[in-house]
Ligand binder design. Structure first.
Ligand code: TXA
Ligand code: MG
Length: 316
């Protein structure tokens, strides 16, 4: 693929207008959200959506999330069950994505949903994403802004390292606060967890007043997190390490001797926000083996462990 110029834009009026212009002309553009950076395109433009798949080298059967800035706009495109109303009231704008049935009249590109009758939708909680969507004045389809299967991006530098030359631009909004992707819940049937994420399963269940069905199966591709190898550094990854073996660098958690520590105080929110950034730092091309300490499998730890297990999975 021939390289294109990737413009770095500031999140001011001029930058955001330029960014919306790139989207309006069918280009693709990375922008910050509170979870990770997204790689955005006009959600109604097939050619622009095709550019996302090609820039990321993403398998075409893996659908994208559509980002909105207001609820009325969301409801124009999807059927809106009571469960969506309840969860949106509690968590939007925020780090939860709903899979909902698409309305027949919706002009969203069929490419972005990989031919499925459903659409994944989210209203991000980030002032830059919100202003960009408002200025563009339409839904923006965006997967995470990283080459397919690799570590997600929580800073503009991560995005540029992975995608410079393949995307039209990036809005530099600094570090993403949460650092871990949204939780994905399928609401086309009994609420089903497709991907654990920044909002805990427990919090979702508390608001819904019922248990989520687990829709995560290791080998059936329903969400990208469900492919076995994902979030993969170049280095190999060994989990549940208590110390370093020869040739390893150690990513720690809690009080321990290590190269980088996700959270000295064993705080899972802090660990989630550091996870991808520290994997990028340790995966510097010189280290070939990354060992990672045990992360408690509760609350946000479930989402952190989901990412780590896939980072450690056999590569294909
Ligand atoms: O926090 C996030 O969710 C970030 C930011 C940018 O919003 N986005 C993100 O996108 O993580 P991505 O593509 O890396 O993961 C979202 C996944 C898709 O890969 C896809 O498998 C799943 O959501 N998905 C999208 N549409 C779906 C659908 N109709 N049914 C089931 N899963 C769907
Ligand atoms: Mg992703």
């Amino acid at each position: 693929m021939s390289k294109i110029l990737t413009k770095t834009l500031m999140p001011d009026d001029t930058g955001l207008k330029d960014a919306a212009g790139i989207l309006a002309s069918g280009g693709i553009l990375a922008f910050p959200t509170e979870t990770v950076y997204g790689l955005g395109a006009d959600a109604t433009n097939d050619a622009a959506i095709a550019r996302i798949y090609s820039a990321k080298k993403r398998p075409k059967f893996n659908p994208l999330i559509v980002h909105f800035s207001d609820l009325a706009m969301v409801k124009n495109h999807v059927f809106w069950p009571e469960s969506a109303e309840i969860l949106a009231r509690a968590f939007w704008p925020g780090a939860i994505t709903f899979v909902l049935k698409k309305r027949a009249k919706s002009p969203l590109s069929r490419l972005l949903s990989a031919g499925l009758p459903s659409i994944a939708v989210r209203i991000p909680d980030h002032p830059i994403a919100d202003r960009l969507i408002s200025i563009f004045n339409g839904p923006i389809a965006a997967p995470s802004a990283n080459p397919a299967g690799k570590i997600s991006s929580t800073s503009a530098e991560h995005v540029l390292n992975g995608l410079a030359g393949n995307i039209g631009g990036i809005i530099d909004g600094g570090k993403c606060k949460l650092g871990l992707e949204s939780t994905i819940v399928d609401l086309t049937k009994h609420p089903t967890l497709l991907r654990p994420g920044s909002i805990t399963v427990k919090a979702v269940q508390r608001v819904l007043g019922e248990k989520l069905i687990s829709g995560q199966t290791k080998n059936v591709v329903k969400a990208p997190g469900q492919l076995s190898s994902h979030y993969a550094p170049r280095a190999s990854v060994r989990l549940n390490a208590t110390d370093k073996m020869d040739g390893e660098v150690l990513l720690g958690f809690g009080q321990m001797d290590c190269d980088l520590n996700l959270s000295l105080t064993s705080d899972l929110t802090e660990a989630a926000s550091n996870l991808f950034a520290y994997l990028h730092l340790l995966d510097n091309g010189r280290n070939t083996q990354i060992a990672v300490a045990t992360i408690p499998a509760t609350g946000l730890g479930l989402a952190i462990n989901d990412r780590l297990e896939r980072a450690a999975a056999p590569r294909n």
